[in-house]
Write a protein that binds this ligand. Structure first.
Ligand code: ATP
Ligand code: MG
Length: 410
C-alpha cells in the first residue's frame, strides 16, 4: 500500500528512522489519504522522546512539549511530531490525569477515538499498521470506537461530538454499539469546553450534507445536550440552506410559536443570541444568526406587499438581507411571493443612508440645529420612502420634511 506522503513529512520519518526510532504518519491524514480525500495535516508519531526529536533537527518549535509534541521545520514546511504516548485514567472527562511516553505504537493507537483514526502508515516501509480494523471500517464507511465505546466516550466527552461531525464530514454511519455508547456517555459531553463543542458543530454544519451528522446527533441526544432549547431539528432544511445561513436554519425552529410574521421578533433575537454566546460563537455569527432566526417565521404570512417586505428588510443590517432571503428559501415550501418580492426590493432605499437627503441637507434647508430631531426626521422620511420609493427625491423629501416639521414642531 502506497500513500502520497509529502516529501518534508517523509524526510522527518527518514531522519528519525535512521537514528533508530520508529516513525509513522497517523490519524486524520492516513484516514483521508485512504479515502482519497484531500489531506490537510500529516502528523508524525514516533518512539523518540521529545528531547531526542529536538536534537535530531536543525529547526524545531516546542509546540506542546507536555503532550510530547514538537514542530519540526524541514524544507520550509512545519511537521508536527508527537511521541507515542499512553494515557492514564480520565477523572474529569476532558483530559487524562497522566501521560506516559515510551509506549509501543499499538498503545498510542489504542488511545485514539475511532478505528478510522487509529491507523498508522510507515512511509519508508510503505506499510500500514492497523490493529483495530480501521481499513475494514473505512471500507464499510463505519465509525467505530476503539475499544469499549461507553468507556472511551465517557473518558473524553468531546469524542461524541467528533463522532457525529465525522458522520457528516466523511459521510460515514455510526456502528450500532458505538452509537449506543454515545447515549450512555452523554453526561461527559456537558463537561467539555464550549469552545471545542463550538468548533465541532461548525465543522459539522459546513459538511456537504449536515443532516448526516445532525440526524444521529438528534437520535443520540447530543443536540438535546448541546442545544437544550431547540425542540426539533429540520435536518433537511439545514442541508438545503446556503452554508452561511446553516446555523440560522438549525435554530429556525425556535420561532415555531411565533404569531407575528411581519415583525422582527426582538425577544427571540435576544434568546438566540444568548444561546449562541454560551456556545462561544463570534459576535458576528451571533449577530447574523440571531437576526435571521428572528425573521425566519416571515414566510408564514400569506400575502406580502412590497412595502411590508421593505419595512421588514429595513430592520436588518445590509449584510443580513440576502442571507435572510436565503434562509426563507431553505424552507420546505418556500413562500415564493416573499422571496421574489424581497429580491426585487433589495435595491430600494431601505436605510436612512439611502435617502436622497442627508441630515446636513435638512439642517440647511430647515435651519435645524444638529441633534436627535434630525435623526427622527430622517427616520420618518425613510418610512414614507419605504411606503413609496418614488418619493426618494431631494425635492419631495425636503417638502415632506417641511410639512413634518410643522406637524411635530422642533
Ligand atoms: P481533522 O483534522 O480532519 O479535524 P483529525 O482526525 O485529524 O480530523 P485531529 O484533531 O487533527 O483530528 O486529531 C488527530 C488525531 O488525534 C485523530 O485522528 C485521532 O487519532 C486523535 N484524536 C484527536 N482528538 C481525539 C480525542 N478527543 N480522543 C482521542 N483521540 C483523538
Ligand atoms: Mg487533523
Amino acid at each position: 500500500m502506497q500513500l502520497a506522503v509529502p516529501e518534508p513529512v517523509r524526510e522527518v520519518c527518514r531522519v528519525l528512522a535512521q537514528a533508530g526510532h520508529e516513525a509513522v504518519t497517523v490519524g486524520g491524514a492516513v484516514r483521508d489519504a485512504l479515502l482519497g480525500r484531500p489531506v490537510s495535516d500529516w502528523d508524525v508519531a514516533t518512539s523518540a522522546h521529545p528531547e531526542e526529536v529536538v536534537k535530531l533537527f536543525k529547526k524545531t518549535i516546542p509546540t506542546g512539549l507536555q503532550h510530547g509534541t514538537v514542530t519540526v521545520v524541514v524544507q520550509r514546511e512545519h511537521v508536527e511530531v508527537t511521541t507515542f504516548r499512553g494515557e492514564g485514567a480520565y477523572s474529569d472527562a476532558r483530559r487524562p490525569d497522566s501521560v506516559t511516553f515510551g509506549v509501543p505504537l499499538v498503545e498510542d493507537l489504542a488511545r485514539r477515538d475511532l478505528t478510522v483514526n487509529a491507523i498508522a502508515y510507515d512511509p519508508e516501509k510503505q506499510q500500514l499498521v492497523d490493529p483495530f480494523g480501521g481499513q475494514r471500517d473505512i471500507e464499510a464507511r463505519l465509525l467505530r470506537a476503539v475499544g469499549d465505546p461507553v468507556a472511551r466516550f465517557t473518558e473524553d466527552g468531546l469524542r461524541v461530538m467528533r463522532a457525529v461531525r465525522f458522520c457528516a464530514q466523511l459521510e460515514f454511519e455510526l456502528e450500532p454499539a458505538t452509537e449506543a455508547g454515545i447515549v450512555a456517555a452523554l453526561p461527559s459531553l456537558a463537561r467539555v469546553s464550549r469552545e471545542r463543542v463550538h468548533d465541532e458543530l461548525v465543522k459539522l454544519l459546513s459538511a456537504r450534507q449536515p443532516s448526516r451528522g445532525l440526524v444521529p446527533a438528534v437520535r443520540t441526544g447530543i443536540i438535546a445536550s448541546v442545544l437544550p432549547a431547540l425542540g426539533r431539528v429540520d435536518a433537511e432544511r439545514v442541508d438545503r440552506a446556503a452554508r452561511r445561513v446553516r446555523l440560522a436554519a438549525l435554530l429556525a425552529p425556535l420561532s415555531d410559536d411565533e404569531t407575528l410574521p411581519h415583525v422582527l421578533d426582538r425577544p427571540l433575537q435576544k434568546r438566540v443570541a444568548e444561546i449562541l454566546r454560551a456556545l462561544k460563537f463570534s459576535n458576528e455569527d451571533i449577530d447574523q444568526a440571531s437576526t435571521l432566526v428572528a425573521v425566519s417565521h416571515a414566510p408564514r404570512a400569506a400575502a406580502w406587499e412590497p412595502a411590508e417586505v421593505r419595512r421588514l428588510l429595513s430592520q436588518l443590517a445590509r449584510d443580513h438581507r440576502e442571507p435572510a432571503i436565503e434562509l426563507w428559501e431553505s424552507a420546505a415550501e418556500p413562500n415564493h411571493v416573499l422571496v421574489q418580492t424581497a429580491q426585487r426590493v433589495l435595491g430600494d432605499p431601505l436605510a436612512t443612508g439611502d435617502l436622497a437627503v442627508t441630515g446636513k441637507d435638512l439642517m440647511d434647508a430647515l435651519q435645524m440645529k444638529p441633534g436627535p430631531a434630525i435623526g427622527r426626521m430622517l427616520a420618518m422620511l425613510l418610512q414614507r420612502v419605504i411606503d413609496d420609493p418614488s418619493r426618494n427625491t431631494r425635492e419631495t423629501l425636503l417638502a415632506e420634511a417641511q410639512t413634518l416639521e410643522l406637524e411635530v414642531g422642533r
